[in-house]
Design a protein around this ligand. Structure first.
Ligand code: F6R
Length: 261
């Protein structure tokens, strides 16, 4: 796992957007794994700006959603497909028909989850999976206790996550759906590169547990310790709980030129 500590959230977004830009520039048919929530938004804005300046194209790319709420009407603005269209896809040249997500309206959700994992495989797998981290250490919506080998499936959100996400529902916690479909931890681990971004003091505890704590289902993000190519990009406040912060800074500052993130 490589930890990149940036002076502020803006610099973190620059690092994240840089990694995605490189994938878009170098892969013939890149598959991007997209997260929602607040954490990736600044990077998405940078990507949109780069697209507007003609520096990057998504025309040859596909994208897969990390997770989706269950029980919202298909056109609900806080549905994750709507969210990602609004915050990225509709503002760049990624063809909408190449944005994929689990079919949460399907009558047989279990079958839809299986089909989603198959679809990701059929696309050739995810080149770079962007992740945020929940205050309880979740990635995707794999809440504490999730199987470390899990596949895409339905999950029940914890009360803490519903409270965290109430801000997207005008602070009405009861309107945050109780259920979601999320890529499993085993599914996420199959991405060729996982890129987790976390900023602000509120992320210091889950980042400390994920990066330096024990590998445990109690902190689902700790599974990234097993990934051969995982990058964690944090600003200074989010890095506050890292015991080896000095080492991570030194390693990044002295990174060999030929070695990219
Ligand atoms: C979003 C997702 C979640 C969020 C996490 C952090 O698609 O899967 O794991 O990344 O809840 O959310 P923010 O970034 O809003 O703090």
């Amino acid at each position: 796992m490589e930890v990149v500590i940036t002076p502020d959230a803006d610099a973190a977004a620059e690092v994240v957007a840089g990694v995605i830009t490189r994938v878009l520039h170098t892969r013939p048919a890149p598959v991007l794994g997209l997260a929602t929530g607040s954490s990736p938004l600044a990077a998405y804005r940078r990507l949109i700006a780069a697209h507007d300046q003609g520096d990057v194209s998504f025309g040859h790319a596909s994208a897969v959603l990390l997770d989706e709420y269950v029980g919202l009407p298909p056109d609900h603005p806080q549905g994750y497909r709507a969210f990602i269209c609004r915050e990225l896809v509709d503002r760049v040249d990624l063809p909408r028909e190449r944005l994929f997500g689990p079919d949460v309206q399907a009558p047989d959700l279990g079958d839809a989850c299986l089909r989603y994992d198959e679809l990701i495989t059929d696309l050739g797998g995810v080149d770079v999976q962007l992740l945020g981290i929940g205050s309880d250490g979740h990635i995707g919506f794999n809440e504490p206790g999730s199987s470390l080998a899990s596949r895409t499936r339905i999950k029940t959100l914890t009360r803490a996550t519903r409270a965290d996400n109430a801000r997207f529902f005008e602070d009405h916690e009861h309107e945050v759906p109780r259920h979601v479909v999320t890529q499993g931890l085993g599914t996420i681990l199959e991405a060729r590169h996982v890129l987790l971004v976390a900023c602000g003091a509120g992320k210091a505890t889950p980042i400390g547990r994920a990066v330096e704590g024990p590998l445990t289902a109690m902190c689902p993000a700790s599974i990234l310790q097993l990934h051969p190519h995982a990058t964690v990009v944090v600003d200074e406040p989010a890095a506050a709980g890292l015991k080896l912060a000095g080492y991570y800074r030194e390693a990044y500052q002295n990174k060999p030129r030929w070695q990219e993130l």
